[in-house]
Design a protein around this ligand. Sequence first.
Ligand SMILES: Cc1cc2nc3c(=O)[nH]c(=O)nc-3n(C[C@H](O)[C@H](O)[C@H](O)COP(=O)(O)O)c2cc1C
Length: 166
Amino acid sequence: MRETSYQELLPKALEQLPGGAFLTVKAGDQVNTMTIGWASFGHIWSKPVCCVLVRYSRYTYELLEKAADFSVSFPLGGKLRQALHIAGSTSGRDGDKFARAAITPVPGIKIISPYVDDCDLVYECKIVYKLPMDENALEPMIQANLYRQGDYHVMYFGEIVGAYMK
Ligand SMILES: Cc1cc2nc3c(=O)[nH]c(=O)nc-3n(C[C@H](O)[C@H](O)[C@H](O)COP(=O)(O)O)c2cc1C
C-alpha cells in the first residue's frame, strides 16, 4: 500500500461507499469487520475526519465502545462483492467473519485495528469523538424511513491518521 492524502482517495471512496466498504475494529483480542454504506468525510477540529454510523445492535458497536481506532477499506470495481454481502448480513458474534467471508485482516500500519487485504483504498482512523443520535433532533421523514424500529446509530468520528492506495 502507498500512503497518500485522504483527499486523493475521496472521489473513488465516495463512489464505492453505497456499494459497501469494510469497517474493521480491534478491541483487546477481539477483531471484527462489517459492511458500511454510510460515512462522512471532512475537516473538523482542524483535522481530516471520517465519521461512521453504527447501530447499537451491531457486534461492531460493542467493539467500537472499547477500541481506540478503526479502519475503512474499500474494494473497487466490483471486487469482494460476495465478502461485502457476507460482512453486511452476518454477525461477528456468531463466529469469525473474516473466515466466513474469505477475507484476510492485515495488521494496521499506524493503528491497532487491521484493514482488509485486497482492498484498493484504506483509511486508518483514531477515534476522537462519539455521538449517539438524538431521536428528538431528527427530521421526521428520516425517522419514519430509517428508524421505525429504533435501533439508532452511534456516530464515531475518527481522525484520519493514514490514507493508503494500492
Ligand atoms: C451495503 C451495506 C451497507 C451497510 N451499512 C451499514 C452502516 O452504515 N451502519 C450499520 O450500522 N450497518 C450497516 N449495514 C449492516 C451491517 O453491516 C450488518 O448488520 C452486519 O451484519 C453487522 O455485523 P456485526 O454484528 O458483526 O457488527 C450495512 C449492510 C450492507 C449490506
